[in-house]
Design a protein around this ligand. Structure first.
Ligand code: 5BU
Length: 278
């Protein structure tokens, strides 16, 4: 059966990439396909949110460059929490440059992303060299590291459509050791790519941003769908939720954040249970 009809547990047992395996195992163990996007600008809010949602998530998604008081201790503490609470770390860096530059952006600079992020993502727009550039760093580490290609975006009018998405999948198939999946809105089978290639053992993870239970979008082009639409109907594996859980106000209310995280975890898991057949 296609990957999205199988359990996360079965997929974990078969996957060849260590980061994908670790994520699938964690999803099964915590009964969570929820990733929380911690889009705040102070490290206090950042850790207050992570500590509140940690029991309910398989993945924490970061934009470390928006933290005004970032320091190297932040990523040390984040890694510690990741081990303590069993979740993976995804830096939503969206690399988009030539191979040599993205290799430097991934390994070096202030953030040294490759030293702490299990998962990063990249725009396929430069072509396959962006994958080989990032893989030259990630695959050398004796750590769980994987890359997601941005095959579709959640925003109104996104240009990630048609042949662009098809080519993103083709690029990923050429680099299945390091590319573990896609940021997308649909499983690729459902947009007409299944059966075109003889790749029976491929298993790409689909992580979908643009998920909300109470709102259809924001004033800046974001569009939201429910976990049922995303996971049951469109076959995505992980729901990525930011403001639906962390709120939009200035003050973080840890109890509310916890309650919302629990709510999205349940909704995401129920949507998954309706989908699998094995
Ligand atoms: P929200 O608060 O749930 O709307 O946050 C969504 C997060 O996912 C935010 O960090 C975005 O940068 C990220 N995102 C997205 O919303 N849509 C996309 O297509 C991609 C990333 Br790629």
């Amino acid at each position: 059966p296609a990957p999205h009809l199988q359990s996360y547990k079965n997929r974990a047992a078969k996957h060849s990439n260590p980061a994908a395996r670790a994520l699938l195992r964690c999803m099964e163990a915590k009964k969570s396909n929820l990733a929380v996007s911690v889009d705040v600008t102070t490290t206090k809010d950042f850790f207050d949110i992570i500590e509140a949602v940690a029991p309910y998530v398989c993945l924490i998604k970061t934009h470390v460059d928006i933290l005004e008081d970032w320091n190297p201790g932040v990523t040390t503490r984040l890694q510690h929490l990741s081990r303590e609470h069993n979740f993976l770390i995804f830096e939503d860096r969206k690399f988009a440059d030539i191979g040599n530059t993205v290799a430097l952006q991934y390994s070096s600079g202030l953030y040294k992303i490759s030293s702490w992020a299990h998962i990063v993502n990249a725009h396929p727009v430069p072509g396959p060299s962006i994958i080989t550039g990032l893989a030259s760093v990630g695959m050398k580490l004796q750590e769980e590291r994987g890359l997601l290609l941005l095959a579709e975006m959640s925003t109104k009018g996104a240009l990630t459509i048609g042949s662009y998405t098809v080519e993103a999948v083709r690029m990923a198939r050429e680099h299945r050791d390091f590319v573990i999946g896609f940021i997308a809105q649909h499983r690729m089978e459902s947009i007409g790519l299944s059966g075109t290639d003889d790749v029976v053992d491929e298993d790409f993870l689909i992580l979908a941003p643009g998920v909300g239970l109470d709102s259809k979008g924001d004033a800046m082009g974001q569009q939201y769908r429910t976990p049922t639409e995303v996971v049951t109907q469109c076959g995505c594996d992980v729901i990525i939720v930011g403001r639906g859980i962390i709120g939009i106000g200035r003050d973080i209310d840890a109890e509310k954040v916890k309650e919302q995280a629990r709510r999205y975890q349940t909704a995401g898991w129920e949507a998954y249970e309706k989908r699998i057949v094995t």
